[in-house]
Design a protein around this ligand. Structure first.
Ligand SMILES: Cc1cc2nc3c(=O)[nH]c(=O)nc-3n(C[C@H](O)[C@H](O)[C@H](O)COP(=O)(O)OP(=O)(O)OC[C@H]3O[C@@H](n4cnc5c(N)ncnc54)[C@H](O)[C@@H]3O)c2cc1C
Length: 654
């Protein structure tokens, strides 16, 4: 232990060890990407000095050059030139989040969305034909799902692909004015192929949304006959990515261009699929694309780490007002408020990083075939949706707080926050709008991820839940069983230790019990309300709409609990020593600051007395003071390359 300046001992931080822990299994891959990024550091300034057209070309060139290193191809099979390691591909992508986010998003579009759709939805003929060139960046493409009229509700897309048996071709058409593909990355300038999601019609019968490979540009870059492309124009951020709109006017493509892993159309026009239920087929197809969601959440965390590194290092140099010493002004980081603003976010960033690691590892296991059961797949999809939502909201909030923490300097583009704010803002929307994603999480919890319920639309789900006893919904959750054992130990709760409001404030079992109580109570509340509404004869859709705020709160509480579990499991796996002490400190801060933020709810529900609530707030302040002496080490452990921080005047090289 180092010299103690506060009441509690300060753990020594072994920065390389902590960095290694955060980097996890793929630390070598992450280091490789860090090195590449440093070599392309000039992209960060190019974003400010080049015209939009020039910058788009620059971003494209960098993406293609990085593809040459193999760092963007980890997720593809080796036989086509990939690295056959899904976990490595997520780690590489997350690390790109330290750098220019145009490059990162363009990588995501090309290799994750476009390449990923061909890999996951296509079969060998598509893999053979496209993947080798996709992986090297020789063939650029786009992922055209969203339409002007429909983003979240993919089942309602209006692009239609009709099979013409005489010609053995599909005819792809934008069937109505709001069915133009919109916001499509790579579409405005660079893609020559599109994976287009369209309603499949065979012999007058609709079979729902399927994906097709549709050429959209010729070798000169001009749109092909029947294809109209428009630039989406200036965006809030990510202007190095060419987002655009696409219209199809009876564009003919060969029958083989249907990505036919889950369904096919024979030459004579017979529709076939091993998955009978159209609902399940649709969700199975979309489920294979979950990696994008996992990646965006992780990239958001990387951007938050950049912001925290800059703000913390600035606060260790910047002085303002004589506060404790008449001869010298106070360092920003020595102000209690500054600590209160930055350190809970820092602790939460650690917590979310460990939760993200669990998620990425589950993704790896499911997609490498190590885990094959359906339930794991469903749990993965739910966890990906929830983690993405919580992590990207956290990124938005953290970047804003860090910008403000740097005062006016934070507003200058050279100090990175302008780009960080503008470029990460949309993370809360693309790869699934966060509120829509949390509804998916709640649906999974309410129906226990049972496969039968994939056929259910929202109304069916409400009717189903309303038909269950509330207890049945709760008994389905693991949280319910665990809670029974620890219900009584909660201070402030009836039967708990009301005398000493400080008792067990840093006890992880108590943190867990609080998180679990909240999760269970909110989930039970949703089930109860759905049931009551339907029993009262209300329209199920109306019932659901009225309880949506509870639905979102229940899902958030569930994700918060998963995050805490991941942090506690990580700590449990560490040997006794300084690194474990540091993690304990951060985990306490994460848990208590989350409880503090929701203290009104806990008090309303009899889980916090007024005294206990005040004790929590006191303890958060104390934890922040304990983090203060090791703050620099804690951000250094993120391992953001110096070149990616810029901010020379703010943080210097010290
Ligand atoms: C920069 C950028 C890049 C993109 N890249 C691509 C791409 O490459 N390919 C692609 O296919 N798409 C892409 N998208 C589209 C993106 O995925 C969609 O914008 C996203 O899915 C949300 O859809 P939407 O915009 O139609 O919003 P909507 O679905 O209309 O949502 C609008 C608001 O309504 C709320 N809402 C919606 N439904 C409900 C409900 N049931 N209950 C309560 N609230 C609800 C949402 O929470 C949201 O706040 C991109 C978008 C952007 C901005």
């Amino acid at each position: 232990m180092a010299e103690d300046t506060a009441q509690a001992p300060i753990p020594n931080v072994d920065v390389p060890a902590l960095n290694r822990l955060l980097d996890g299994r793929y630390h070598e891959v992450r280091d490789e990407v860090r090195q590449s990024m440093a070599a392309y550091a000039s992209v960060l300034t190019d974003a400010e000095t080049m015209t939009r057209t020039e910058f788009r070309e620059r971003v494209k060139d960098v993406v293609v050059e990085i593809a040459g290193t193999g760092q963007t191809g980890y997720g593809f099979p080796q036989e086509y030139g990939g690295g056959a390691d899904i976990g490595a591909s997520v780690a590489a992508f997350e690390t790109l989040g330290f750098g220019d986010l145009n490059v990162m998003v363009k990588v995501g579009v090309q290799f994750g969305l476009f390449g990923g759709a061909i890999l996951q939805l296509g079969t060998e003929r598509h893999h053979r034909e496209y993947l080798p060139k996709v992986i090297t960046g020789e063939l650029l493409g786009c992922f055209a799902m969203t339409e002007t009229g429909h983003g979240s509700n993919v089942q309602a897309l209006g692009t239609v692909a009709t099979y013409d048996p005489e010609a053995g071709e599909f005819v792809v058409t934008t069937s109505r004015p709001d069915a133009s593909k919109d916001y499509i990355g790579n579409a405005a300038a660079h893609a020559s192929l599109a994976v287009v999601f369209a309603q499949l019609e065979v012999a007058g019968e609709g079979h729902g949304v399927h994906a097709f490979v549709v050429p959209i540009r010729d070798a000169s870059g001009a749109p092909l006959t029947g294809v109209r492309i428009e630039d989406d124009g200036l965006k809030m951020g990510l202007n190095g990515v060419d987002n655009g709109r696409i219209w199809f006017d009876h564009v003919r493509i060969p029958r083989e261009n249907l990505l036919n892993r889950f369904a096919d159309v024979t030459e004579d026009g017979t529709y076939t699929s091993d998955i009978e239920s159209p609902g399940r087929r649709f969700f199975t197809m979309l489920g294979t694309l979950v990696q994008g969601r996992v990646c965006v959440g992780g990239a958001g965390l990387s951007a938050a780490k950049v912001a925290l590194t800059i703000a913390t290092r600035y606060a260790l140099q910047r002085r303002q007002f004589e506060a404790t010493d008449e001869t010298q002004e106070e360092l920003l980081l020595d102000y209690g408020m500054h600590q209160r603003r930055l350190f809970p976010l820092l602790a939460r960033t650690y917590a979310l990083s460990f939760a993200q690691e669990v998620l990425a590892s589950q993704l790896h296991d499911v997609f490498s075939g190590t885990t094959t059961d359906e339930t794991s797949r469903r749990l993965l999809e739910s966890r990906a949706a929830g983690t993405k939502a919580v992590a990207t909201w956290h990124a938005t909030r953290t970047i804003q707080e860090c910008r403000e923490a740097c005062g006016g300097a934070g507003y200058l583009a050279e100090n990175r926050f302008a780009a960080l704010k503008a470029d990460t803002d949309v993370f809360t929307t693309f790869e699934g709008d966060n509120h829509v994603l949390l509804q998916l999480v709640a649906k999974g919890l309410l129906t226990d991820y049972a496969s039968d319920f994939e056929d259910l639309d929202q109304l069916g789900m409400v009717r189903f839940v309303a038909g269950l006893a509330v207890e049945t919904v709760l008994e389905r959750t693991k949280v319910h069983q665990m809670l029974q054992q620890i219900r009584d130990v909660l201070p402030g709760a009836p039967g708990g230790d009301e005398q000493d409001p400080d008792a067990g404030l840093r006890d992880p079992d108590q943190h867990r019990a609080m998180f679990e109580f909240r999760e269970e109570h909110l989930l039970g509340g949703v089930a109860r309300r759905l049931k009551r509404g339907v029993d009262d004869g209300m329209n199920p859709g109306e019932v659901f709409s009225r309880v949506q705020d509870h639905v979102i709160a229940a899902a958030r509480a569930h994700v918060e609990r998963l995050v805490l579990d991941a942090f506690l499991d990580k700590i449990e796996a560490q040997p006794e020593g300084p690194t474990r002490d540091v993690l304990n400190l951060l985990c306490d801060l994460y848990a208590l600051s989350a409880i503090e933020a929701d203290r009104a709810w806990f008090m309303e529900h009899g889980r916090l007395t007024v005294q206990r609530s005040k004790a929590v707030t006191r303890e958060v302040g104390e934890l922040c003071r304990q983090v203060r002496p090791i703050a620099r080490e804690l951000v250094d452990a993120f391992g953001v390359p110096r070149e990616m921080l810029r901010s020379d005047a703010l943080i210097g090289d010290a």
